[in-house]
Design a protein around this ligand. Sequence first.
Ligand SMILES: Cc1cc2nc3c(=O)[nH]c(=O)nc-3n(C[C@H](O)[C@H](O)[C@H](O)COP(=O)(O)OP(=O)(O)OC[C@H]3O[C@@H](n4cnc5c(N)ncnc54)[C@H](O)[C@@H]3O)c2cc1C
Length: 387
Amino acid sequence: MKNVTVLGGGIGGIEAAIALRKEGLDVTLVSDREYLYIWPVSIWIPTRQIEFEDVIIPLEELAKKHNFNLIIDRVKEIKTNTNSVVLENQTISYEYLVVSLGADKIKHPGIENTLSICGKPEDSLKLREKLDTLISQGEGKIAIGFGGNPKDPSATRGGPAYEVIFNIDHYLRRKGLRDNFELTFFAPMTNPGARMGENALVTMNQFFKRTNINTHFGKKIKEFSQDGIIFEDETKLDSDLTMFISAGTVKEELRNSDLPLTEAGFIKIDEHCQVKGLDNVYAIGDIANLEGPQWRSKQGHVAEVMARVTAQNIKASIQGSPKRHGYKEHLNILCIMDTGNGAAYIYRDDHKERLVPLPVIGGWLKRGWRQYYRLSKLKKIPRIPGM
Ligand SMILES: Cc1cc2nc3c(=O)[nH]c(=O)nc-3n(C[C@H](O)[C@H](O)[C@H](O)COP(=O)(O)OP(=O)(O)OC[C@H]3O[C@@H](n4cnc5c(N)ncnc54)[C@H](O)[C@@H]3O)c2cc1C
């Protein structure tokens, strides 16, 4: 049986390991974390709607259920010229390789003065702690925002920033403290969120007005300080708690590796997720360069599609079949965005844009998705095809 090594135990890597096992291949997965972190529901940690333990699935359990080998170690370097990967504690070789290590974040000046829900998983707990402190003081200024990567707009991640600010708004209202807090949503773009579609843009701005959340758009960020954000024109937005989601950028480990990268630092792949110029190496998820429409976005469900396509293509390659599957036809923006007291269903592809507000029920849908994701990954319930 051919061996496939999967690097990364996140949303893309785990789906790849599962799909490759279904194809009957021998799989070894390498991860620097002992758990799979379910990013989309981590947004509830700062507002105490969920515990950290409920956002993780131990990799050991997944490895047992799906019968793949697990190595907990950190990837330092990928050497495709010798079909090997240098880990902190050993060097391993592979027949086929799937890279799904996620992306690093752009480091803006003063970024250490901010926290992010998209940083290290433990940062969600720091956010919760900081929010608790402000709540115990009874007042404060909270600024939440996101930035772009001019070299690759698909690496921008704004959705969780909207979700966290709407949840904080709702949390403070429930505590009867909302009037004592100034909430501001900031972004350097003039129309942040435009990629979700015109509809979504208008509705998000209505949400901000309705919830009395200030907006600060269209000014480039110069730096973050301990007590706020300084913009290029030297104006300042005061803040006691700043959450900022930097856009994705090159993964440090790739700087030492011999994979072809775009100018923005993502791995160059073809539409079959095969790394350009390398027959036995594939890249999926946030680390891979997505090609396609201007609105394309690095999302979890896209990482999962890429994982399944990759497993099929590796199997075909082993069997000597010319048949290949592509990821591009599955590209869309799809999310259930939490709005504090419910959610909004957001969808965009080349033909349609939708934003459907789902008060109350939307929150339950997202919670239901978490249960589905967890239980189906652990093989406790059957999977819905394509999910
Ligand atoms: C807060 C938040 C909310 C989100 N909400 C949604 C949503 O609602 N819908 C949606 O579709 N998408 C959402 N996303 C995006 C989605 O989570 C990502 O697109 C997806 O996780 C990408 O999968 P990945 O496997 O590429 O990366 P990840 O899931 O980040 O996994 C990368 C893995 O690689 C491991 N790793 C990294 N470096 C090394 C190393 N050197 N050695 C070994 N292992 C390493 C990490 O430990 C991690 O397990 C959200 C993201 C965030 C951060």
